[in-house]
Design a protein around this ligand. Structure first.
Ligand SMILES: Nc1ncnc2c1ncn2[C@@H]1O[C@H](COP(=O)(O)OP(=O)(O)OP(=O)(O)O)[C@@H](O)[C@H]1O
Length: 222
């Protein structure tokens, strides 16, 4: 599903964020990505989502070779991916429903299909009763769950999360991680970057260690 071969990423500043990374994540597998601040976790997720391009190496995602992908193909490629950030980037002047509907509106779904899918995604994160609420009236954990609903509403094959529990207390962090485990159970390939070693080591999934742009374990089987 995801395969990196000898991937190096050097930013224009000259900073080498990743050095000759090899990684294979099977379809339907789940793993956590950890490492010190600046180790390259966000960069690795951005390469897989084609937010950044590698400097060298080969990167295959769901059968596509990303290094050769033309800019006009990128939006179609991204439909296979859901991304969750620590700061969930919700639109403050729209309801919860509208925030979650956004990816489907962009992809041209019918109003009826949007309603059905948005409610299914909100139900899955336990927030169906908040569909007409403004994001600002929700707790931080609820806002993060809206971000997760928005990331999964188009049923992506791959879910990427960058420090999704960074602002949450231990109990809420565990709830959020359980949601990712549930999506994985349903067949989604999931990669979560997290500093929270105490939590992620209890979840029964491989923990990949990035250190100074290098990765130790490199195969994640389903
Ligand atoms: N857009 C950028 N331009 C230049 N350098 C960058 C850019 N983004 C990241 N870097 C550098 O690349 C290295 C890896 O950064 P990255 O954000 O991937 O690490 P991280 O492991 O996610 O860190 P954190 O846990 O602090 O979020 C760092 O040295 C960072 O300063």
């Amino acid at each position: 599903m995801i395969q990196l071969r000898n991937i190096t990423k050097r930013y224009e500043s000259g900073q080498e964020a990743l050095s000759r990374i090899n990684l294979k994540v099977d379809a339907g597998a789940m793993a956590f990505l950890t490492g010190h601040s600046g180790a390259g976790k966000s960069t690795l997720l951005k390469l897989i989502a084609l937010i950044e391009r590698p400097t060298r190496g080969q990167l295959m995602v769901n059968g596509a070779e990303l290094t050769q992908m033309k800019p006009r193909q990128v939006p179609y490629f991204r439909r296979q991916i859901g991304i969750i950030f620590q700061d969930h980037h919700l639109l403050r002047d729209r309801t919860v429903f509208d925030n979650v509907a956004l990816p489907l509106l962009i992809q041209g779904y019918s109003r009826q299909e949007i309603g059905r899918r948005v409610r299914a995604a909100l139900d899955r994160v336990g927030l169906l009763h908040k569909e007409q609420a403004a994001p600002i009236t929700l707790s931080t954990g609820e806002q993060q769950r809206v971000g997760i609903a928005r990331a999964v509403v188009h049923k992506p094959a791959i879910l990427l999360a960058d420090e999704p529990t960074g602002n949450l207390d231990p109990e809420l962090s565990r709830d959020i991680m359980s949601l990712f485990l549930q999506f994985n159970e349903l067949g989604t390939t999931v990669l979560v970057a997290s500093h929270d070693l105490d939590l992620i080591q209890t979840l029964g999934k491989p923990v990949l260690q990035l250190a100074n742009g290098s990765l130790q374990q490199s195969v994640v089987a389903d």
